[in-house]
Design a protein around this ligand. Sequence first.
Ligand code: ADP
Ligand code: MG
Ligand code: ZN
Length: 478
Amino acid sequence: MVNSMTYETIIGLEVHIELATVTKIFCGCPTLFGQPPNTQCCPVCLGLPGSLPVLNRTVLLYSLRACLATGCSITPLTRFDRKNYFYPDLPKAYQITQWYQPVGQNGQLRLPGSGRLIGIREIHMEEDAGKLIHDDEHDCTLIDYNRSGVPLLEIVSQPELRSADEALLFLETLRRTLIFTGISDCRMQEGSLRADVNVSVRPAGSSSLGTRTEIKNLSSYKAIGRAILSESKRQADLLRSGRPVRQETRRWDEDKNTSRAMRSKEEAGDYRYFPDPDLAVIPIDADWLQSIRASLPEMPGAKQERFRAMYALTDHEADLLTSDPVLAKLFEDAAALSGRAKETATWIMGELLQICKKRSCHPGDLDLAAADLATIVTQVAEGRINRGSGRDVLIAVVDRGADPVAYIRKQDLHLIDQPDELEKLVAETLRTHQQAVFDFRSGKEKTLIYLVGQVMRCSKGKADPQAVTALLKEFLQN
Ligand code: ADP
Ligand code: MG
Ligand code: ZN
């Protein structure tokens, strides 16, 4: 039986965030990334018998920040549970996570644009596992336990997202909210933000949920978008041809652009969850919670609104400038110092993000002082240097920490601002380009551009092309 039913897609996300704490969740080992294998470990994170976990207070603080920023209710007595399963990257044969009393529940995020509220079922704390390294050449597998015990936050959305675009918008809104709270840098390509995607389809207009599959191994926004599209099509095709969707975990293959079944979905019962007897129940102090709430910064959505209203930015500008707290602060500080918000926005969105893109780095990595950016913006806006020189100065500042004013002076970048100097240049150029002058006067107006170019060359690029054009016209008409 084949039908032509229309299906709609429903998506729920499970997002893992690596918390930016200095030490691990239950021991004092550093969380440093990229260290030699198995050098950041101790008996606790190696799961040796007799060792006991002690909760890192900063992990709890960061978790509470995330919960408050996403409107979750805080569980008054939160605690940890053991999730039992065996895998070589998990030496205790259980993961310490939260199952019965997650730190936060029933939150929501508002999507920009549509304004739709998407529910967050819960936020819980857990430990990361080690890392398996498959060595095909020697036909063996190595284990690095440096990552085991690195603190994670898992954020579970309700199944309320209705398209790939909406899922990506939710993820981006969540990412921004969390980086603004300062608990993680949420960089997907570095693994500090990972998302598993649950997808189901149902007949359009139906109010019950279809059987879902979970897709793992998604490491970019692009992959997530594609995986959702491909999986909802696969499911709709199955249902149309009268076959059921099996509840299973699937693995996304980025190169082949398809997913394949990995295992049938495990049930909660398989894990034999039970409260971890080594860790005490945690009462959340009301005063502490209040002080955390009070210390939360302005959230990106509110900041975006304020930027638009206060600085007359376009939607696109306000959106981009609030995509990262470092960028937002750089913009606001440089705009205040230069008194030129619009030009500052243009410089950041154009030149600065260009530099970041070329070096595939983040704005925060550039370490650019707002005062230096303000100087460059002002010099260009006041016509003291041209745009191209401004770009050179910016690169010198970013690369070598040059002082913009000193650099402009040393490189002699200031534009000629004495009218008589410019007149001299124009007169000289006209004298040595008689043929072009003749051509222009006999109607070949394009010659003007050529002459402007000649004056610019004479000035070694230090004339303002607009002033040159005006002056040339004046000379040629007399
Ligand atoms: P589990 O604990 O087995 O992983 P949950 O019910 O906690 O399952 O849900 C996990 C994720 O799957 C959540 O993000 C939820 O929104 C999503 N989800 C649950 N049911 C569906 C469904 N029918 N379609 C799409 N997503 C779903
Ligand atoms: Mg799950
Ligand atoms: Zn340790």
